[in-house]
Design a protein around this ligand. Sequence first.
Ligand code: OVM
Length: 401
Amino acid sequence: MTDPAPVLDDDPFSDDFLADPYPRHERIRDAGPVVRLSRYGIWASARHEQVFAALTDWRTFSSASGVGLADFRKEKPWRVPSLLLEADPPGHTQVREVMAQVLSPRRVRGLRERFAPVADELVSDLVERGSFDAVRDLAEVFPLRVFPDAVGLPEEGREHLLRYGDMAFNGFGPRNDLFGRAMADAEQVQAWITAACRRENLAAGGLGRDIWAFADTGTITQEQAAMLVRSLLSAGVDTTVYAIGNALAALTAHPGQWARLHDDPTLAKHAFEEAIRYESPVQTFFRTTTRTTDLGGVWIGPGEKILLFLGAANRDPRKWENPHTLEITRRAAGHVGFGMGVHGCVGQQIARLEGDVVLSALAERAATLTPTAAPVLRPNNTLRGFSSAPIQVDKATVRRR
Ligand code: OVM
């Protein structure tokens, strides 16, 4: 007993959609729990209940055919598939456990003492300036100041990291202009990334070498070790740049919320979490069905691509009160901005650490954030965020705590 799915002709990767996704998400959510997108001949869901259900059922909703539009069983992927992202259990489980150990809560706690002073210094310089670009001067600067060192990457050529992230995330979409532009010079960027993943190019004491240590004990092969370092470099830079930029833009647009955060900077981690719900850096991922299934009363056959709108699920009024408002003290738990289930972001504690130290440093020092121009969108087939968000800050005079 299933309902026919509504057919919509939206292109979620078009300039118009990417520029103003939220009203379009609403239309898709309201059309039904699962819809058909005729442009691409795929299924899609923008509701929290169905997105969550698909993410937590890897047996039915597989990642092994790719988590972008391309179906790896029919099209050659643009890069060797990730052992983590583009794989299912049991193969996935083994490498995931290695990554979970490398990125353990203990390890991440140890990174705080290195990350926090960098955030403090960067933020205090910017606040002294009085006005700065929240994206160009902070969101794009901070992760690149801490993460490559934490991994142990070579100094030379780190500018390739953002370009590679741009390739990876545009690469999940269709072969549109965004895809094509991101892939210009792909070979040069990929050559640097491949070299950076080699054991001899990774500094002792870094996360990269920690991954390689599992090759030394025979838990994984050398080829797997290099590929897992590649995962860190694919997923670990642009995501945090966009997340911090989006959090700053959202807090600038909600001055009352900034006032609360300034009043109690210990709320920074809640503010960051809520910002990920409110303006999710990773907007979409796909799955491929392995068998016939009923999702929200809609019958889907095997071997079908389904687009999961994470960013829309995170604003579904069926799940959230006032979903289109940033409320830093709300319980944002249950958002799917980091995914959910076996593929839920393995680096989420590092992402949260980066967001926390930046937002708490700024909350301590800036009494107000005022936009001096509208944020400028940086369109991407998967990521939502800005290339610029100019702000003016009022320096706090006396701290209350
Ligand atoms: C990967 C990976 C994992 C998560 C996200 C991602 C580019 C990549 O394992 O390569 O986005």
